[in-house]
Design a protein around this ligand. Sequence first.
Ligand SMILES: NC(=O)c1ccc[n+]([C@@H]2O[C@H](COP(=O)([O-])OP(=O)(O)OC[C@H]3O[C@@H](n4cnc5c(N)ncnc54)[C@H](OP(=O)(O)O)[C@@H]3O)[C@@H](O)[C@H]2O)c1
Length: 428
Amino acid sequence: MDQVQQIHSKGIYHGLPTFSDDVEGLTAIVAGANGMSGDHMLRVLCENPKRWKKIYAVSRRPPNGQWPSYVEHVSMDLLQTPETLAAQMAERGMKADYVFFFAYIQPKPKEGGDIWSAADDLVKINTQLLSNFLEGQALSKTLPKRVLLQLGAKYYGVHLGPAAVPQEETDPRVLLEPNFYYPQEDCLREFAQKHGIGWNTTRPSWIPGAVPDAAMNLCLPHAVYAIVQKRLGKPLEYFADLAAWETNQTLSSGQMNGYLAEWAVLTDGAEDESFNASDDCAFTWGKFWPKLAARFDIPWTGPSSDLSLYREIETPYNPPPRGFGPPGKLRYRFTLAEWAKKSEVQHAWQEIAQAHQLRDQTLGDIDRIFGFTDAAMTWSYPIHFSTTNAKKFGFFGFVDSSESIFKVLEEFVDLKMIPPLPPVKSVS
Ligand SMILES: NC(=O)c1ccc[n+]([C@@H]2O[C@H](COP(=O)([O-])OP(=O)(O)OC[C@H]3O[C@@H](n4cnc5c(N)ncnc54)[C@H](OP(=O)(O)O)[C@@H]3O)[C@@H](O)[C@H]2O)c1
């Protein structure tokens, strides 16, 4: 049977869903409201004040910047007991039709380990955040119709080595290590079943997005690297190998993830479903690198063919998450975290930051901030998210990932996180 569906474009975002005008006067809670994902979720909901008449923004610190008066910040520490949270919810009259949950804590990694190496701590603390919040909702008798929880690419075990491609929502869980996404998802599903409400989970990959502070911020290190290299009269040197240069990577822009989340909870047929969150755009670091260099008007270099120049790390499990075949090999000549620790780099950044009165005069927690982008840039095996499930259910969102990153860079300028960008030049 033929079905006609209307989609629309908004700026760089295309294929966005449309909703009936009858869908109005809704209320939402966004937990993790000032983070990478929560901030963009708020932006998406605030695009339609008729649809979303009231939004509770939950996080310990306030949301970034200015928001309309119907966005109410509720400062809550979700590590408090459900009883305490329930009392706060009741006191604030906090009742919402839909909950979007992005609260996240990234515990300190193990000594010498990657940024997600404290696997047990990640499980304990992040399951607690979610469970305390949900039980608080039940105790205060303010259950929503549906709760959406954002998970991520680690659901597929890609942080432990190559996983089967394309990654599909029905892929089996990877049980090589504790993974906080699984107990979080189970907690939500059991809670939803017990209380007769709906749930959704979404799974983004690397997220381009512009917020002043996030546990994982893909784009900021790129900008800092280009700006400082230019200042030092050096090229934008690609530091990983050819495999990482040309391997397909899914990017999942924060704003697009917000559109997906809104669509998922408002779509009856999509209840109790998981969706990969994706820009749905073919992307490699190799194709992006010259564009990034052009945006900052500096020369660039690509991967070296001399393998002896690289350090090599093997992913930790044999067989890797795909269940057979060799582990992945990650090769790099240096890391951005090492680069950022050089005194000439720190000195240059301080001068730039002072001259432009930037928000941060230092490079901050270098291992956390630059470590995430290092992981993304040295990834030598594909993250290729299937968008089949979302499309079958009716979501067709697309954004050019490179355009999305450049938009983020411009927003960094507005946020005083980096100096103004040079005028746009086309890539030859
Ligand atoms: N960023 C990425 O590239 C990426 C990629 C794939 C998947 N993901 C996943 O997406 C989810 C959200 O990540 P994100 O990147 O949006 O996180 P984020 O930017 O680090 O934001 C975390 C949010 O949680 C809040 N929070 C932390 N501790 C809290 C507490 N005790 N009580 C209440 N709120 C608390 C923070 O606000 P306060 O500190 O003010 O409380 C902040 O709003 C995570 O599961 C993450 O693994 C992220």
